[in-house]
Write a protein that binds this ligand. Structure first.
Ligand SMILES: Cc1cc2nc3c(=O)[nH]c(=O)nc-3n(C[C@H](O)[C@H](O)[C@H](O)COP(=O)(O)OP(=O)(O)OC[C@H]3O[C@@H](n4cnc5c(N)ncnc54)[C@H](O)[C@@H]3O)c2cc1C
Length: 497
């Protein structure tokens, strides 16, 4: 049993180095205050997880720590290779135990309810059990995760459709650094299989990244080879695949002792087995995929957005911790450290609620089949367009063509009755569509907004930095050592906020 004092001592060994690694990975765009806040509060956040019962791996009475890309020392805690699951299952059980928390399972957030006179956020509209309603709240916290589904190749789950960013955008909140997307170098590449993530820790433990011929090509692109920052390794793979005209490269786990593979990566072994790959005997085919969105809703260290009463946390937020490129494993830590701030939330008083926007029209029923069909088709086309135009390598001309296409889709969708319905501009006495169908429509509308914002931000930043690489501007430009801020439909360069 590891005592709390030993844990804190162990975790406190390197906040300064952790800060330096985070800032180095962030390529000049980390907010120093946000990073300092992260690293200094990390030990206490981890300690509270241990106290709640999360079981991280340990070795000879100490927490086991692994090395991941761009970390100067092993410091990443893990629970085999399902760390997120280990944390979430404990936290979910805690939430369900609390009688003062009401969980509306499968409820889907649609739009902010803003006070027309003060601009405060006073609630949200929800799609719940197929119906749309307004819920008043003294504080609204957007915690909707990333937006990887906007790209055809992604490690993200299907729910990662960037909803928080789209909701905040429609409400007029400031957004930041949306062009910065981290492409993970090693997602499983097997026909029919999802882009299952083969964790960085595999390379940290000694796996080799090789091409068809067994050559460790990553060293041809960067002296740190397969342990270079993610964007460098992803681009190395992208360029190497173009050069060699192959469709994937390989991760070879065989340099790691078999016993160590079994102990550290049971989930990877199992998933690969499902797809016919025995990791002890053969190499895993991999390609890069969109993994983490550094940009998001602009927040401060108390998770406040630019709209009073509206907060954001996790991947949907831009706290300034990740800059232009996230240091591996800082995202779960950011969720924990920043979420703890909600214990000190200052609840805003609102004298009285202004009425939610009223439906302008009332109709008996609607036939939305044709619109829903078009939306489903768009859901397929959009991610391919985004992967080709705003993926690992970007170029002005290609970005502009994509902006024109996505703008035309947005205008078309804005006229749809289903859009008016989801935005509560029109009401039906009876609606013949399931919760699921309406949710997919709402997510697709969000994805189109998210695509538009990423494309515009990527076209705006005429340099390469962190997760944003431009073939027409391959160098980092000191004039661009600033954030991109979206304010309604306008983009600005912002040095300090
Ligand atoms: C495969 C994979 C492995 C990763 N491994 C690591 C790792 O080892 N270490 C690390 O630090 N980070 C890792 N990350 C990144 C990290 O998991 C995410 O950044 C983190 O989970 C984000 O947490 P979140 O709470 O912001 O969002 P999520 O965990 O994505 O949760 C968002 C929730 O919001 C819900 N939601 C979305 N839209 C709506 C809506 N409109 N209405 C209502 N609910 C909505 C979703 O259903 C979901 O439940 C990994 C990511 C992936 C995809």
């Amino acid at each position: 049993m590891i005592g709390p004092k030993e844990v804190l001592q162990q975790l406190w060994t390197s906040p300064q180095l952790h800060q330096e690694d985070t800032i180095r990975a962030g390529a000049g765009l980390c907010e120093p205050e946000a990073v300092k806040f992260l690293v200094e509060n990390a030990p206490a956040a981890i300690q509270s997880l241990l106290e709640m019962g999360v079981e991280f791996d340990s070795h000879t009475g100490k927490l086991a720590m692994t090395l991941e890309a761009a970390h100067s020392r092993p410091r990443v805690l893990h629970a085999a290779d399902t760390t997120g699951r280990a944390i979430i299952s404990v936290l979910t059980a805690k939430v369900l135990e609390r009688p003062n928390i009401q969980v509306l399972s499968q409820a889907f957030a649609l739009n902010l309810w803003l006070n027309r006179s003060t601009g405060h956020c006073q609630g949200i509209s929800l799609l719940y059990q197929g119906k749309i309603s307004w819920i008043a709240a003294r504080a609204v916290i957007l915690a909707t995760g990333g937006g990887g589904q906007v790209f055809a190749q992604t490690t993200n789950p299907t729910v990662s459709t960037g909803d928080g960013v789209a909701i905040a955008f429609r409400g007029g909140a400031l957004l930041r650094d949306l062009e910065f997307v981290q492409f993970h170098p090693t997602a499983l590449s097997k026909p029919g299989a999802p882009r299952f993530l083969i964790s960085e820790a595999v390379r940290g433990e000694g796996a080799h990244l090789v091409d068809e011929k067994g050559h460790r090509f990553a060293f041809d692109y960067h002296p740190a080879g397969e342990l270079a920052p993610r964007d460098v390794v992803s681009r190395a793979i992208f360029n190497h695949l173009q050069k060699t005209a192959n469709t994937c490269v390989y991760l070879d786990l065989r340099p790691i002792p078999a016993q160590r593979i079994s102990y550290r990566f049971p989930n990877i072994i199992q998933v690969c087995q499902q797809w016919g790959i025995n990791v002890f005997q053969e190499r895993i085919p991999v390609t890069p995929a969109a993994h983490y969105w550094m940009g998001g809703i602009l927040t401060d260290t108390a998770n406040r957005t630019s709209i009073p009463g509206l907060y954001a946390i996790g991947e949907t937020a831009s706290t300034g911790v990740h800059g232009a490129n996230r240091l591996a494993s800082n995202s779960l830590l950011e969720c924990l450290v920043y979420a703890a701030q909600f214990s000190q939330i200052e609840l805003l008083e609102y004298p009285h609620l202004t009425a939610p926007p009223r439906e302008r029209k009332e109709q008996e029923t609607a036939n939305l089949d044709h619109e829903i069909e078009q939306i489903l088709a768009l859901r397929q086309q959009l991610p391919t367009l985004m992967w080709q135009s705003a993926g690992i390598c970007r170029h002005q001309g290609v970005l502009e063509q994509a902006i024109a296409q996505v703008s035309s889709w947005r205008s078309q969708l804005a006229e749809f009755t289903v859009t008016h319905y989801l935005n509560k501009l029109v009401k039906f006495t009876y609606i013949n569509y399931s919760h699921e169908e309406l949710r997919i429509c709402a997510e697709t509308l969000n994805l189109v907004d998210v695509a538009y914002l990423i494309l515009r931000s990527a076209a705006f930043r005429t340099e390469s930095r962190g997760g944003h690489y431009r073939t027409d501007y391959p160098k980092t430009d000191p004039h661009w050592q600033c954030h991109t801020v979206v304010n309604n439909n306008n983009l600005h360069m912002a040095w300090a906020l």
